[in-house]
Design a protein around this ligand. Structure first.
Ligand SMILES: Nc1ncnc2c1ncn2[C@@H]1O[C@H](COP(=O)(O)OP(=O)(O)OP(=O)(O)O)[C@@H](O)[C@H]1O
Length: 320
């Protein structure tokens, strides 16, 4: 049994218009997706802006209402609020946001920000609570006198560490990390990713790591799902996605990773142009007649791709 199982998840937002404010259509933000997250693993959910990643992450922590489908936690249905309450799911599943400046209340001191989730789920004396907050700050490498300060007194990287301290305060089993390093400089990104890994090892936490950048998550994720137009276009292990991508959308995301070696930049640009041309010239290969991504089909035990059936048959014969 997996820690989290997402089963045929749909989140559709109504579009209303006209004098009577009638529903005229829907935004299919999440359109029938399935994936599982194992205990202690980092699962990557990757896609461009608007693909439905954040909506999925918010639904898992209970911040977004599910239209249909199921979210299972250790086999128990937690799709609805009252089910989540029964098993302390809200304590076990936490979230880290991209924008630490707006996700940390600017009027509250760090002590209160980190203590807030503890107050929701545990009863402690003031001294016990303060000791716990200092311990959490120590875990994320921040000095204990940070408790007296406010979010604006820290750098972006430090604020993200504070966000992680708050997320781990309740001893969670899963953290949904929504673009946790996108707003940070490259060197600070590496620091934050490293201590997220350390904390994961120490406390056996699973992450759902949401990102638009396949470069950032390369050394974090064991398994990845590539999301586009509310659906999954490719799912596989790190090796499947980085070494043997099959969908043009995955190839585009990989081509967008900047290369470190300057001598390869021209070849890199040419490769990007080639991938883009293939994408533009063969739209019928990537979408069905309604412009939707095809259903996912398995090509190996670990690797699935959303392509027309004849394409999938051909890929299978090549890899088999
Ligand atoms: N409350 C809402 N009402 C209507 N449409 C929404 C709502 N929230 C999100 N959407 C739409 O759902 C789609 C998916 O949004 P979502 O934020 O999940 O994408 P994303 O992949 O996380 O992108 P980003 O990284 O830019 O947040 C988008 O088209 C967005 O405009």
């Amino acid at each position: 049994m997996s820690l989290i199982e997402i089963k045929d998840l749909n989140i559709h937002y109504p579009i209303r218009s006209g004098f009577f404010n009638r529903i005229t259509d829907y935004v299919y933000a999440v359109d029938g997706i399935n994936f599982d997250i194992e205990e202690g693993e980092t699962y990557g959910l990757i896609g461009e802006s608007g693909s439905g990643k954040s909506t999925t992450g918010k639904a898992i922590v209970g911040l977004e209402k599910v239209t249909s489908g199921q979210i299972l936690y250790n086999g128990q249905d937690v799709t609805n609020r009252h089910e989540r309450k029964k098993i302390k799911y809200n304590k076990d599943v936490q979230m880290i946001f991209q924008d630490s400046m707006s996700s940390l209340n600017p009027r509250k001191r760090i002590e209160d920000i980190i203590a807030e989730p503890i107050r929701n789920f545990e009863s402690m004396t003031d001294t016990e609570e303060r000791d716990r907050v200092k311990e959490l700050l120590d875990i994320v490498g921040m000095p204990s006198d940070s408790i007296y300060k406010y979010p604006h007194e820290f750098s972006g990287g430090q604020r993200q560490r504070i966000g992680v301290a708050r997320a781990v305060a309740t001893h969670p089993k899963l953290i949904v990390a929504d673009e946790p390093v996108s707003a940070l400089d490259l060197s600070v990104q590496a620091q934050v990713l490293n201590f997220m890994k350390q904390i994961q090892k120490e406390f056996n936490i699973s992450y759902l790591f949401i990102s638009h950048d396949l470069g950032v998550v390369k050394h974090m994720c064991r398994n990845l799902a590539i999301m586009h137009r509310g659906r999954l276009v490719e799912v596989g292990t790190r090796e499947d996605i980085y070494n043997n991508p099959q969908h043009i959308y995955t190839k585009r995301l990989l081509a967008a990773i900047p290369k470190v070696n300057p001598s390869g930049r021209e070849a890199d640009k040419a490769h990007r142009r080639e991938v883009e041309r293939e994408f533009q010239d063969h739209q019928d290969k990537w979408y069905d007649k309604d412009g939707k991504v095809f259903p996912l089909q398995q090509i190996t035990a670990t690797h699935s791709v959303a392509l027309p059936p004849d394409e999938v048959t051909q890929i299978k014969s090549e890899v088999g």
